[in-house]
Write a protein that binds this ligand. Structure first.
Ligand SMILES: Cc1cc2nc3c(=O)[nH]c(=O)nc-3n(C[C@H](O)[C@H](O)[C@H](O)COP(=O)(O)OP(=O)(O)OC[C@H]3O[C@@H](n4cnc5c(N)ncnc54)[C@H](O)[C@@H]3O)c2cc1C
Length: 401
């Protein structure tokens, strides 16, 4: 990233802001489809606003964190066009940039930035979610190729993706965090099978993915051999920041607005309890926006996202839980039964979807552990695996023979 940028004048930044605002006003629209978002990413890159902080040799704009902040501020004023690109752009791109070789960055980053390729994250397995270091997908080097066998689960957008950032065990003789490596997996490689998971709200956004003797070139190792855990931790930090700072360019209260509209529609805005609930959500969202701004300011100052990102992630999920309760109290049975096209459907969807905020990107309990241990300096969780080679552990779905 461009930490050594020369001083930028405020006039230049204001001109940049005006250019971005004009571009966004022309090219964004509400409820854009995936294809429209993809086309938008291409236009963004063509206009010099794609991958703002990444080097121009890697398809980025080669600009500063100050430009990035201005871009986010302006983007938060218009309908979002980035939903399905959050994993690609918010998580895979920074990891490619941090750990990729020059050749990998030249090969993969320009297409990712311009939305020509979509990326997904393959960490979780049936026996390795919160404790992802227990993963058992294996990668074994065979001449010039890695052979991958195993299974991932909950892989968001695997069915649409061109590539995955995958972690696999490369040395079971080492302790469980040490023998893991990170790979770039082309989703069209022979032996990759994607099976959709049907969700409670009717969607099919995530998948099970199976690997049967999948061969990828040796060069697809991303970062250092057996350093995958440190890299995965960095990616999880980016993930928490991406989730915890959604809409983080400005102080806004989108959930409050949604609830207020629901109260107006249900004719209960005069109810003192409802108004109190609305005020609570308003203040919680304002606090979360301020936390996001702080996280972004730290990143602008050149700090890698730290465990503080967990605060924003956790608070987002606390807000979702509280909002769900308020919505159900306000709408009663009308939030569970509706006619085609009426608002009850949107409310029920919010309610069902709100549960995922406590799981995706690390559960609430895990965020609390991170905050306790690494922000507040409290004693660490008990660790029974310390010093034991992975092959000797009885963890997750590990066989006992
Ligand atoms: C919408 C969504 C999208 C996702 N997308 C992806 C994706 O794209 N790629 C990917 O790799 N994964 C993805 N995941 C998976 C997600 O990261 C895992 O579900 C999550 O990390 C939890 O793991 P688990 O489901 O195995 O639950 P478990 O780890 O089995 O946890 C079960 C329960 O035990 C609690 N628990 C576990 N360990 C502790 C502990 N040490 N202390 C206290 N409590 C504990 C948990 O909080 C939880 O309540 C996604 C999940 C969701 C919901």
């Amino acid at each position: 990233m461009t930490d050594t940028m020369p001083e930028i004048s405020s006039d230049d930044l204001e001109k940049f802001r005006a250019d971005v605002a004009a571009f966004l006003a022309e090219h964004t629209k509400p409820n854009a489809s995936y294809e429209e978002c993809q086309a938008f990413m291409g236009k963004l890159a063509d206009a010099g606003f794609g991958g703002i902080v990444y080097g121009s040799e890697y398809g980025g704009a080669g600009l500063s964190r100050a430009h990035d902040r201005i871009f986010r501020e302006e983007a938060s004023r218009v309908p979002t066009m980035s939903n399905e690109f959050i994993i690609s752009h918010g998580m895979c791109l920074p990891v490619l940039n941090d750990f990729g070789t020059d050749e990998q960055k030249r090969t993969y980053m320009p297409d990712c930035i311009a939305g020509r390729t979509l990326w997904c994250q393959m960490f979780s397995e049936p026996g390795a979610g919160s404790d992802v270091a227990s993963l058992q997908t294996k990668a074994v080097l065979d001449g010039d190729e890695w052979i991958i066998n195993g299974q991932k689960v909950w892989t968001t957008l695997a069915h649409k993706s061109d590539y995955a950032v995958l972690i696999a065990r490369t040395d079971p003789e080492q302790v469980k965090h040490a023998g893991i490596s990170m790979f770039i997996l082309p989703m069209d490689a022979a032996g990759v099978e994607v099976r959709p998971i049907h969700q409670i709200d009717g969607g099919k956004h995530f998948n099970e993915v199976f690997f049967s003797d999948v061969r990828v070139p040796k060069e697809n190792l991303l970062g250092e051999l057996n350093n995958g855990w440190n890299q995965a931790t960095a990616m999880l930090m980016y993930e928490r920041v991406a989730i915890g700072t959604i809409g983080g360019g400005k102080i806004s209260q989108p959930t409050f607005k949604m609830l207020k509209a629901a109260a107006e529609a249900g004719d209960c805005l005069d109810d003192a309890n409802v108004r109190q609930d609305l005020a609570t959500i308003y203040s919680m969202e304002t606090t979360k926006a301020l936390m996001s701004l702080r996280t972004r300011a730290e990143m602008k100052a050149g700090k890698a996202p730290g465990p503080g990102g967990s605060l924003g992630k956790l608070f987002g999920s606390v807000i979702a839980w509280r909002t769900r309760e308020i919505l159900m109290n306000m709408a009663g049975p009308a939030s569970m039964a509706w006619d085609n096209g009426d608002e009850g459907y949107e409310r029920a969807r919010y309610t069902l979807n709100s549960f995922q905020s406590s799981i995706a990107g690390g559960t609430d309990e895990i965020q609390r552990n991170i905050i306790g241990d690494r922000v507040l300096g409290l004693p660490r969780d008990v660790n029974v695996d310390r010093g034991v080679p992975f092959k000797d552990l009885k963890v997750g779905t590990q066989r006992t023979d």
